[in-house]
Design a binder for this molecule. Sequence first.
Ligand SMILES: *[C@@H]1O[C@H](CO)[C@@H](O)[C@H](O)[C@H]1NC(C)=O
Ligand SMILES: *[C@@H]1O[C@H](CO)[C@@H](O)[C@H](O)[C@H]1NC(C)=O
Ligand SMILES: *[C@@H]1O[C@H](CO)[C@@H](O)[C@H](O)[C@H]1NC(C)=O
Ligand SMILES: *[C@@H]1O[C@H](CO)[C@@H](O)[C@H](O)[C@H]1NC(C)=O
Ligand SMILES: *[C@@H]1O[C@H](CO)[C@@H](O)[C@H](O)[C@H]1NC(C)=O
Ligand SMILES: *[C@@H]1O[C@H](CO)[C@@H](O)[C@H](O)[C@H]1NC(C)=O
Ligand SMILES: *[C@@H]1O[C@H](CO)[C@@H](O)[C@H](O)[C@H]1NC(C)=O
Ligand SMILES: *[C@@H]1O[C@H](CO)[C@@H](O)[C@H](O)[C@H]1NC(C)=O
Ligand SMILES: *[C@@H]1O[C@H](CO)[C@@H](O)[C@H](O)[C@H]1NC(C)=O
Ligand SMILES: *[C@@H]1O[C@H](CO)[C@@H](O)[C@H](O)[C@H]1NC(C)=O
Ligand SMILES: *[C@@H]1O[C@H](CO)[C@@H](O)[C@H](O)[C@H]1NC(C)=O
Ligand SMILES: *[C@@H]1O[C@H](CO)[C@@H](O)[C@H](O)[C@H]1NC(C)=O
Length: 554
Amino acid sequence: MHQFLRSVFRVIATTVIGSELVSCSLSYVSSGNVTFPKLIDVTVEDLAQGLESGLFSSVDLVNAYTARIRQVNSTLNVVTELNPDALSIAEVLDTERANGTLRGPLHGIPILIKNNIATSDKMNNTAGSWALVGAEVPRDSHMAAKLRESGMVILGKLGLSEWANFRSTNSSNGWSGYGGQVYAAYHPHQDPSGSSSGSGVASALGLALASLGTETSGSILSPSNRNNVVGIKPTVGLTSRSLVIPISEHQDTVGPMARTVKDAAYILHAIAGVDPRDNYTSAIPNNGTIPYYPSFCNFSALSGVRLGVPSNVIEIYMSSAANPSNPEVEAFYDSLEILKAAGATIVENANYTAFQEYRDSNSSNVIYADFINNLKQYLDQLTSNPNNITDLESLNEWTKGFPLEEYPDRNTDIWETSLSLGWNNTAPEFWEQYQQNLYFGGEGGVLGALDRDNLDAIILPTSYAAGVPALVGAPVITVPLGFYSFDAEVVMNRRGDLVATGPQVPFGISFLGRKWSEAQLIGFAYAFEQRTMTRNKVQPFVVPNVELMDIIAD
Ligand SMILES: *[C@@H]1O[C@H](CO)[C@@H](O)[C@H](O)[C@H]1NC(C)=O
Ligand SMILES: *[C@@H]1O[C@H](CO)[C@@H](O)[C@H](O)[C@H]1NC(C)=O
Ligand SMILES: *[C@@H]1O[C@H](CO)[C@@H](O)[C@H](O)[C@H]1NC(C)=O
Ligand SMILES: *[C@@H]1O[C@H](CO)[C@@H](O)[C@H](O)[C@H]1NC(C)=O
Ligand SMILES: *[C@@H]1O[C@H](CO)[C@@H](O)[C@H](O)[C@H]1NC(C)=O
Ligand SMILES: *[C@@H]1O[C@H](CO)[C@@H](O)[C@H](O)[C@H]1NC(C)=O
Ligand SMILES: *[C@@H]1O[C@H](CO)[C@@H](O)[C@H](O)[C@H]1NC(C)=O
Ligand SMILES: *[C@@H]1O[C@H](CO)[C@@H](O)[C@H](O)[C@H]1NC(C)=O
Ligand SMILES: *[C@@H]1O[C@H](CO)[C@@H](O)[C@H](O)[C@H]1NC(C)=O
Ligand SMILES: *[C@@H]1O[C@H](CO)[C@@H](O)[C@H](O)[C@H]1NC(C)=O
Ligand SMILES: *[C@@H]1O[C@H](CO)[C@@H](O)[C@H](O)[C@H]1NC(C)=O
Ligand SMILES: *[C@@H]1O[C@H](CO)[C@@H](O)[C@H](O)[C@H]1NC(C)=O
């Protein structure tokens, strides 16, 4: 048997024997008269309550999650590095709680972050590239600092598509030289999608409460889609990018990936806000005041709202697909009944008027050009840069010469395209393309559709949702919607080494809005989630089975 399958079967076997099969569908595990929340389903509120009542400590949580990571990592390669300081951080947070200092609802709760969000500690920040192993940053990224301030324990760094999928045209999602190939947990050898691949898998399996991902165009939404989790892609500028390895200042954003909308809302609230080091955050409305996102989780939030379906977007994607009968689209249209029953009005033909023009354009030139400048700005901030990578040219050269980067089998064509443009984001050519992109995403895209039909949000199958809002930095939230059936055809990825879609592979529905409309979108997503609870309908085939009970009994 293939090594991969053998270890997978071992994990299944222990799941079945170790805790009766039936407990898979329960949310709690019991030891005597004490009931612990199951870590694959647990929420922020469950953990906060258990910590507050003394049922378990933050140290227990770190131990339990670390054990769960060790159970699955050899099969799925999800976690690139564990934080060697996690236990001592948890101890401090437990002490704080004991002496009456509570930082908030996230106090003492472990989270994992994508390996392009820098921490000024013993962990590396590499975007999955050997080029940056050992590189040092002058301080925590604003994201890491906000997580710590909220009391979250940064437990480790997650695998990703190398350089957030901005290097190669023929690599695989979730592969990086430094982290190896991340696999998703709903089908053997499942493509985890990307580029926040590990972030999707880790949240799905409860390897921490949740995770952070980053998105330039699809990198939070797409792995959330394929890993059965909720992903919030915030408005560009709501969450600071300082000391996050960049692709494009115009499109990059950092957001939570979690099992529930409310958990994602708690984390978004913790990380959003003005950072003088990222002046896109100066555009946050209301003088930088962040709404309390969890309070928008209202079962009635869809009542009286107008939701638009850009039918031409779905039609154009379908007509260019190999297989036009698409279960994701069928499930999407079926879900309109649920939305209507929740009080929403559905407006079909809320089309993106410039969608075909956008598809035929060179809109990606904006991110190709941004990368040249934004990469250099990041590298210039490093306080230690062992391989002397100073710009895109030197990165390209170094990567091609370093065998573990698997060049040319995984090419550097995206960088070659950037370099062959002959201009960067300070050039007149850039401005022209950027203005065109603002039209494709704005009047000709999602913003125009919202305004023309006086809509509160646009809805789409998540597989079709990301590209257009990315151009204007508008927010999107994806929620689990369904799964491919047991007898679905297995479709491989472009490289032929991963299962892109097939039996039991999950997918989602997306809610798209105007810039800074996260609070409303969270309400809509929550109201849909609570009526469907799709996430619970299929279990991953690899499930870590260490629970708090096992840790506390030791
Ligand atoms: C469990 O039972 C023991 C013995 O009766 C008791 O002392 C303890 O308080 C109970 N714990 C909880 C959490 O109810
Ligand atoms: C997880 O697996 C990957 C690939 O084998 C490895 O590089 C990494 O160190 C492992 N992580 C942990 C926490 O052991
Ligand atoms: C509570 O504990 C923390 C961590 O040990 C410490 O920094 C803080 O000063 C303590 N606060 C009080 C009020 O004792
Ligand atoms: C970071 O990379 C160095 C190699 O430079 C390695 O020795 C170290 O273990 C890494 N840190 C962690 C937390 O894995
Ligand atoms: C951000 O600030 C820098 C200087 O720190 C400036 O060059 C740049 O134009 C500003 N960008 C925006 C979008 O305001
Ligand atoms: C905006 O926020 C800043 C910093 O918190 C504060 O100094 C300023 O007074 C606020 N302005 C308004 C109009 O509220
Ligand atoms: C929930 O939404 C409904 C419908 O919009 C509204 O009437 C109600 O006040 C909201 N509840 C809360 C607690 O905000
Ligand atoms: C919207 O797109 C659909 C599907 O392509 C098309 O049938 C319809 O005529 C379009 N509606 C408008 C108002 O453009
Ligand atoms: C896109 O760029 C290519 C190469 O520079 C050029 O040939 C083509 O005309 C451009 N297409 C559009 C729609 O601008
Ligand atoms: C961007 O282009 C300008 C004009 O050609 C050039 O002076 C500058 O060095 C370039 N910046 C980077 C980071 O390559
Ligand atoms: C990087 O540059 C420094 C200073 O020029 C030099 O001492 C060092 O050998 C270089 N390292 C590599 C890996 O080229
Ligand atoms: C990837 O592309 C490069 C050329 O850019 C080619 O040499 C290499 O064989 C390709 N890899 C695969 C697996 O097709």
